[in-house]
Each structure stands twice: as C-alpha cells, then as structure tokens.
Design a protein around this ligand. Sequence first.
Ligand code: SF4
Length: 301
Amino acid sequence: MDLLERITRLKEQKKAIILAHNYQRPEVQDLADFVGDSLELARQAATLKDCRLIVFCGVRFMAETASILSPEKKVLLPVSEAGCPLAEMVTPEQVKAMREKHPGAWVVSYVNTSAEVKALSDVCCTSANAASVVRNVPVSKILFFPDRNLGWYVQQRVPEKEILVWDGFCFVHERFTAAEVKQVREKMPDAEVLAHPECLPEVQKLADGIYSTSGMLKRARQSPAQKIVVATEEGLLHRLKKENPGKEFYSLGTAKICPNMKKTNLEAVRLALEREEPAINLSEELLQSARRALERMLKFL
Ligand code: SF4
C-alpha cells in the first residue's frame, strides 16, 4: 500500500480530517480535506459533526486555534516543533505588563499568537479583519499584538484610534523589499502586485493592493490582470495556479519560504494519524478564555 492509500485508510478508520494551511507543501495541500488560512480552517473544522480527530498541517498557534474552537475534538500537530517565530515574539507576561501600564486600553491580538496570549486578549483579529475589529472596539486606546507591520496597516486605516503596536514581525514577509517591487514594475509592467499586511510599510505602499491570503485568492479570481505577483510565503502559489489555470503567478523577487511551514510532510501526517500524537493539550480554563477573544472578534465584524 502506498503512503497516500495508508493515510486515506487511517483517516477513515479514525474519523479524522486533514487541514492544511495555504503555505504548506503542495503534496500536503493536495492531500488535505480543506486548505485555507488558519481561522478559516479552524472554523470549518468546528462545523464538522462526524469527526473525532483533526490533523492540522500548519504551525502550533493554528492547531491551538482549532482546538479552542473544537474542544470536543482531538487536534494533532504532526510536527510538534513547527512553531511561528512571530507568535513567539510576545509572551503572556509582556501582555500583562502592557495592560498594567495602560489601564483602560483594549488588547487586540492577531491570531498569530499563543493560546495563552489569546486568553489575555480582549479580542482577536486576522489580517483580513484587523482594521474592522479595531474600528469597532468600544474604547479609543488599543494595544495591538504582535505584528508591527499589520499594526501599521491598521493605524493607516483607523486614524481615529490611538494604537500602540508591539514590535514583532514575520521574518518571511519582512524579507520582501521596495526594490523588488520596483524591479517587477520594470520587468512586468502589466502585472498586478499584491502584498500581505505583514510586509514592510514601504512594500505595502508600492503594491497595487494589500490582502490576506484568502483575500489574495479572491482577488486573483476577480482581477482582470493575467500576471499576478504576490508578496507572501511561496506556498500560496500552488493554490493560486491550481485555481486559476489561465493566469500566471509569481513570487515578488526571490521566493520567500517559511521553514516552519515546510516541516510537515506526508510521512509526518501518516505517523501522526497512526499514533494520534503529538496532540494539542490545553486546559479547559485556557480554552474558554481564548475562545472568548475569538468569539468576540466574530461579533465585531
Ligand atoms: S510565514 Fe511568518 S507568520 Fe506565518 S508561520 Fe511563518 S513565521 Fe509565522
């Protein structure tokens, strides 16, 4: 039996579903039941009744988010060391210290944070809804964690609020440069350039549009441009090409790769399914507090 058959058989036996983030390896995306951004996947999993086990092919905070929204299901992260350096740039102690320093301010946390940081937050946000969430928060002062570029993006769109932005960043998205955008403009003047809000402000300013990964997928379908250049992790190209066979897609400059996102391979998925580990194991109290911040986000949209 080949590897794919074994995974399919195990999946059926164990009533499991496989979720893959848009940045995963192509073969992992092709194997998955659902491919998407972290929140999209976690919400999708929460609606599935006949499922006992979730295999989350992504990084730790994503599997935790799935567990927060599906506490009755067991969630596996096939490679336990697959973490997100951005999420690790803020600790619960740092959030508590900022709260003490700024009483009355609301803590808004990007989903790229640990469950502990979510539990200390008033509300969460995604890159797609960050500006809308901050606009709707009922106070004028915001402590925004942890991404400084997404924070800058929100500051531009919600100038009426005082937004103190934490100094974290995604080392993958920060590697895109304004010079790379200028080069593309010269070499491919008919291409549309889409940047993720985790990119540097100077890249965002030069792009044709700023989009989350799900926003880029939507824009790619609707755009009249035949050539689209994306400033985000290169894994998204697989889905962009698959869904839009008539168009051409490129990474901005050299391809930027997140090594954490590429740690999961088919063998790791098979082993996780067979052993039912490594599993996400969060306390009931933590799950409840973190869920409150995620559910409040959905009310603010
Ligand atoms: S691409 Fe950036 S934000 Fe996403 S997992 Fe990698 S380091 Fe974290």
